[in-house]
Design a binder for this molecule. Structure first.
Ligand SMILES: Cc1cc2nc3c(=O)[nH]c(=O)nc-3n(C[C@H](O)[C@H](O)[C@H](O)COP(=O)(O)O)c2cc1C
Length: 174
């Protein structure tokens, strides 16, 4: 019998939603926003895939799956930073207990940003982040810092459907 798969997501500006839609359609999974999912709904699925945008070290809406048990848990994050050069350990340790982490398969995907569309609060947060990075001597800036400054106040989109392939292959192999 084929597995029942749920894709749940939290997306503020649409990138995570797009990846969630691609993943759900590739796997013929049910697709819901995290807000629409109840704890008991999670328990009805053999595989739960959760996607959340990265916001200042947090994974949007992640409590849905850190506070409620799921059978096979896969989490994908969507951020501006390049997954090939980003160290996610601080984000992961902040959002997952070691016990949950051991049972979770993680993937990191790349979204985008359009500064014109940011909420006023997010605009202020990004301005503060810029200020903090600019205070660091250039020699101490990480690749993520340089990318942040390069894309500051502009519109960039790194969404790439092919980057879901390893997640799809992993779920098909379960
Ligand atoms: C206030 C704010 C904080 C952010 N923090 C991070 C971050 O810590 N790491 C990262 O890679 N991207 C960060 N981003 C970029 C978002 O993760 C990126 O825009 C992503 O595509 C958003 O997904 P969504 O459109 O599904 O909400 C941040 C964006 C905003 C506005």
């Amino acid at each position: 019998m084929s597995k029942k798969i749920l894709v749940a997501y939290t997306s503020k500006y649409g990138s995570t939603r797009k990846y969630a839609e691609w993943i759900a359609s590739s796997l013929k999974a049910d697709l819901f926003t995290a807000k629409a999912v109840k704890a008991k709904t999670l328990s009805r699925y053999d595989v739960v895939i959760y996607g959340g945008g990265l916001y200042a070290g947090g994974i949007a809406g992640v409590k849905l799956i850190t506070k409620n048990p799921c059978k096979n848990l896969i989490v994908f994050t969507v951020g501006l930073a390049n997954p090939n050069t980003t160290d996610y350990s601080a984000i992961i340790n902040k959002n997952f207990t070691p016990g949950l982490l051991a049972k979770t398969k993680l993937f990191h995907l790349r979204g985008g940003i359009d500064y014109n569309k940011l909420s006023p609060v997010h605009k202020v947060m990004m301005a503060m982040m810029k200020g903090m990075i600019q205070k660091k001597p250039e020699s101490e800036r990480e690749a993520e810092d340089r990318e942040f400054l390069d894309t500051y106040n502009s519109k960039v989109n790194f969404e790439d459907k092919q980057t879901i392939d390893s997640l799809i292959a992993y779920v098909k192999g379960l």
